[in-house]
Design a protein. Structure first.
Length: 377
């Protein structure tokens, strides 16, 4: 068996060990593969050119790579190249037998320049995951000491072209809150009403009634919005008293006189918006106008007498203030709203009895809203 055959069998045997027992081979040979101590391994192939200059620059490049801190140089020798039976590469990527498992590789050479006493060293940086060239550059020198001084800069320049693949980040929680320029939705709930007649110090009647409607809000900025609403509401004004069962006055009975009125309310609110995680707290204040819907229905219990009367307000306006809370849910937000409202003027019922009253109202509603158009646009 000749010397060439022995080398071929040795290369084949070494390659087989790399494939079948990479960990064992690395431990035995002292080779560094993959990442080492958190640093990417760079195989540095012997440089071609004038022997002494090539060796001198080779060691300078090894030190410069290690000084980058992010990389660990793995020195290859001429024997490593000879065992793989390949030529020392320069402008071609090294074969995988030379760089098993290493992430990057450097090749290079020292060449005479165009002018007398002028030389240059050229380096090639390779990404061994796909055997692609990352970058190549050279430096020209006349004095080898001056050339060695510029090697760290050349190496740093080459490695600055590595675009490292970012590790996939852990899934982040859903975005805490994204305000939209416009919000629309609905609200519905109950309203406790107190009715105070002119001259009364305290409310003479009260009722728990329905309130609900739709709204649209415009965000002027993340902290301030204006909201307009259209709400349908009901008022039940009940007077309770005793009445005679006959003209002679024998016997009395408890009688309720109930005035029921429907109306539309149009609040215009100015809201401050404060976010905490997926929650939003919005104190607000504003004014409202209201509009009668139909006539006031009148009924006497238990007699069952019914009638209807026109009603109006000399100043159909009022003031309101409250707090809205919201939590992100699905495509929109769930809303909870508590507010106080009070009439400016008196409501008058044309029943011939000069029936009049003002309203004080505390309402609690739930709702749902949708956002449109990103606030940042």
């Amino acid at each position: 068996m000749n010397k060439k055959s022995i080398k071929s069998w040795f290369a084949f045997f070494s390659l087989s060990l790399m494939v079948l027992f990479p960990g064992l081979l690395s431990a035995q040979s002292g080779a560094i593969t993959g990442d080492y101590d958190g640093r990417a391994v760079v195989s540095i192939v012997p440089f071609i050119g004038e022997e002494e200059a090539a060796k001198t620059f080779y060691q300078a490049v090894v030190h410069a790579v290690n000084d980058l801190q992010k990389y660990r140089a793995r020195e290859l020798s001429a024997e490593d190249v000879s065992a793989a039976e390949v030529r020392i590469p320069t402008n071609m990527p090294p074969v995988r037998e030379l760089t098993p498992g290493d992430r990057y590789s450097l090749t290079g050479g020292v060449y005479p320049g165009n002018n007398d006493n002028e030389y240059y060293i050229q380096l090639w940086l390779w990404d061994m995951s796909g055997s692609n060239m990352i970058y190549t550059d050279d430096l020209v020198y006349q004095n080898i000491d001056e050339g060695l001084e510029t090697v760290p800069g050349l190496v740093e320049w080459l490695f600055s072209h590595i675009i490292e693949k970012q590790e996939e980040a852990e899934p982040v929680a859903e975005e805490i809150w994204e305000d939209k320029r416009m919000n629309m939705g609905f609200r519905s709930g109950v309203s406790q009403r107190w009715y105070t007649a002119p001259g009364e110090i305290a409310a003479g009647a009260h009722a728990l009634v329905y309130e609900g409607g739709i709204f649209a809000a415009i965000f002027l900025n993340p902290l301030l919005s204006i909201q307009a609403e259209i709400n349908v509401t009901l008022d039940n004004l009940v007077f309770r008293g005793l009445s005679r069962t006959s003209e002679e006055g024998y016997g009395t009975v408890l009688t309720n006189m109930k005035y029921s009125s429907n109306s539309l309310m149009f609040p215009l609110l100015f809201k401050g918006n404060f976010k905490y995680g997926n929650f939003r707290f919005a104190p607000f204040a504003g004014i409202y106008a209201f509009l009668p819907l139909g006539k006031t229905s009148y009924r006497i219990y238990p007699a069952g007498t019914t009638d209807s009367f026109s009603w109006s307000a000399r100043l159909p306006l009022g003031v309101t203030a409250g707090l809205e809370t919201a939590i992100k849910a699905g495509p929109g937000m769930i809303l909870a709203d508590i507010r106080y409202a009070g009439d400016f003027g008196t409501i008058n019922i044309d029943d011939g009895e000069d029936t009049a009253y003002k309203r004080g109202m505390i309402s609690f509603t739930l709702g749902y809203g949708f956002g449109f158009i990103n606030l940042k646009k």
